[in-house]
Design a protein around this ligand. Sequence first.
Ligand code: GLN
Length: 236
Amino acid sequence: SVTGGGDDDSEIVAGTAPGFPPFEMNEGGELVGFDIDLLEAVVEETDYTLADDWEEFEFESLIPALENDNIDVIAAAMTIDPEREETIAFSDPYYEANQSVLVREDEDVDWETIEDLEGVTVGAQSGTTGEAVVEDELIEAGLIDDGDYNTYDNYVLGVEDLENGNVDAIVLDVPVAETFANDRAVEVAFTYETGEEYGFGLRQDEEELQSALNEGLATVQEDGRYEELVDEWFGN
Ligand code: GLN
């Protein structure tokens, strides 16, 4: 059953990895973002209650935290992928994304494809699908050396390294790259299609919780609240 708190065993504890705007970030000491609001709206539609305090981890530590029962659900723009599905389950998808390559905006590079990254230094956040693109499409493909790849505990640190000139490119999810591009001295050079879908992560034995979240998600998508949150956080 769920981790819970006190006597109420239908209370669930959510975990996330801030530093991934606008999905989850710390603003003035407060955890905010699309995932935070969406999961809260979804759980409201179920018989579960969400513990007020979210647990914060590095992205890489979220799945272990779930498996160790430190949390009951991951809301962290986590891509549903077969490798992760060997150990955890996911809700239905709630957001679509691809990868992109972020560069310094004053650099005027004309990179358009993965091959154009040959010989440059790249970075990604540990344990992400962005890292998988670097490992599979750049290192495995022999376009860059192992030594020219930096990993970061979170993408904020990676973007800082990019601004400071310590790395030439950061590979990360498009919606987050666009958010960084709006706020900082970086821009998206090009997009790399991966067709990813984000889901809430759950333990494999939590089928009741999984169905409840899927139903809650469907309700929130049908009644317009999902669109409201998209407008609020992605500003259309
Ligand atoms: N969507 C990417 C992944 O699942 C990145 C998620 C993140 O960094 N929060 O690997």
